[in-house]
Ligand binder design. Structure first.
Ligand SMILES: Cc1cc2nc3c(=O)[nH]c(=O)nc-3n(C[C@H](O)[C@H](O)[C@H](O)COP(=O)(O)O)c2cc1C
Length: 385
């Protein structure tokens, strides 16, 4: 089934359009999660289990979705979160996402594993930019990336702390997607079924991950998409190292991947400006707690000292509403905007943001909330399964 962007009225439709465009191993790399994918599903299910209890008889003819968001105004309580390897799914996909974010008036976080450089994004998408750093064993490389982000005007550094080692993604193993990639009769067939994508990869230079160039694993090789960052993480990274990073970075510091309230005091104490409750979209630790379920404990531990954001499972505007109602300052999109760009490049990424914006606005109107500040947990009910 091929789906035109015009027929994509929901994030799920964008997901189906991306699936129709890409060879199955590539789609599964973006869509899949770790092991039995329990956390991947739970992230979405946790939103679906929560019910809304609307307030009525309020004037909702005008709705304002703008708010301060991690130290600066944003048109929506969202940022596009970091996702690596996007160029393997849509050539130029990182720039497409960054431009879509700038046009929507929200921040964009560039991944260390992106298929565009720090400077390329700053040149081509001059909006609010965050740089997401993986803690690499090569500390000289890490320092160089961070100082380049500062020079290029990135306002925030996002340190992802939830993968001291890479997760076990069994869809990728089944497809032989890794390093080296195994060509099996099955995956050769799958690539042959999507000739446009496959010919583009064969005939033009495959995308590279410039921030990881030269590290173990050949970054110029499409087979390296899974392994390069994974082989180079530093599992010894701890709070002292985070404190040193804090001292060396003058901009805002966002720590992504916190779910246990016991970690919060130390991270806030060393000067983090925001936290992101995240389990990496269920791609690392399987059976880890769903992001929405972890949000209350992180909020309680943060005690209002820093904004707490959330990602994982956001597929509807009503999901953003629910996260805000529980006390989050906003969300990062992951697969929602990824499906958009994989389905249709820059217009697809804009479409994903437009869907989320329209759905959030409609949910606010239907729940009697004129401003983001009107959204609160009086409007939520938990129902038993
Ligand atoms: C294909 C893919 C690549 C990702 N790459 C990164 C990355 O490079 N750095 C990072 O901090 N998080 C990365 N993430 C995690 C996202 O930033 C985010 O936490 C997650 O996608 C949120 O879950 P959701 O996709 O269900 O919304 C990636 C996620 C996906 C799906």
């Amino acid at each position: 089934m091929t789906l035109r962007l015009d027929d994509c009225y929901s994030i799920e439709r964008l997901r189906l359009a991306a699936r129709a465009r890409l060879p199955r191993p590539i789609f599964d790399f973006f869509d899949g999660g770790a092991e039995d994918e329990i956390t991947l599903r739970e992230n979405v299910d946790a939103f679906q289990r929560l019910r809304l209890s609307p307030r009525v008889l309020r004037d909702v003819s005008q709705v304002d979705m703008a708010a301060p968001f991690v130290g600066a105004p944003a048109a929506l309580p969202c940022a596009i979160g970091p996702t690596g390897a996007v160029g393997f799914g849509w050539r130029g996909g990182d720039v497409a996402l960054a431009r879509a974010a700038a046009q929507a008036g929200i921040p964009y976080a560039l991944s260390t594993s992106a298929t565009a450089s720090i400077e390329e994004i700053a040149d081509q998408a001059p909006g609010r930019l965050w740089f997401q750093a993986y803690i690499l064993q090569d500390k000289a490389r890490l320092t160089d990336l961070i100082s380049r982000a500062a020079v290029a005007g990135y306002e925030a550094l996002v340190i992802t702390v939830d993968l001291p080692v890479g997760g076990k993604r069994e869809r990728d193993l089944a497809h032989g997607l890794g390093f080296p990639m195994k060509l099996t009769p099955r995956n050769v067939c799958q690539f042959a079924r999507r000739p446009a994508w496959s010919l583009d990869m064969l005939l033009r230079r495959p995308p590279v991950m410039p921030s990881l160039a030269g590290l173990a694993g050949r970054t110029a090789d499409r087979r390296a998409m899974k392994s390069v960052a994974g082989r180079n993480y530093d599992p010894a990274f701890d709070l002292d190292d985070l404190a040193r990073l804090r001292d060396g970075w003058k901009g805002r510091l966002i720590v992504k991947g916190v779910v246990n309230g016991l970690d919060v005091d130390a991270i806030v104490g060393l000067g983090a400006d925001a936290l992101v409750v995240s389990n990496h979209g269920g791609r690392q630790l399987d059976t880890g707690i769903a992001s929405l379920a972890a949000l209350p404990e992180v909020l309680a531990a943060a005690r209002g000292r820093v904004p707490v954001l959330l990602d994982g499972g956001v597929r509807r505007g009503s999901d953003i509403f629910k996260a805000l109602a529980l006390g989050a300052a906003g969300v990062l999109t992951g697969r929602a905007t990824l499906y958009g760009v994989l389905a249709g490049g820059h217009p697809g990424a804009c479409k994903a943001l437009q869907i989320l914006r329209d759905e959030l606005q409609r949910t606010m109107q239907l729940c009697g909330a004129r401003r983001l500040a009107d959204i609160n947990d009086d409007m939520l009910r938990t129902v038993s399964p």
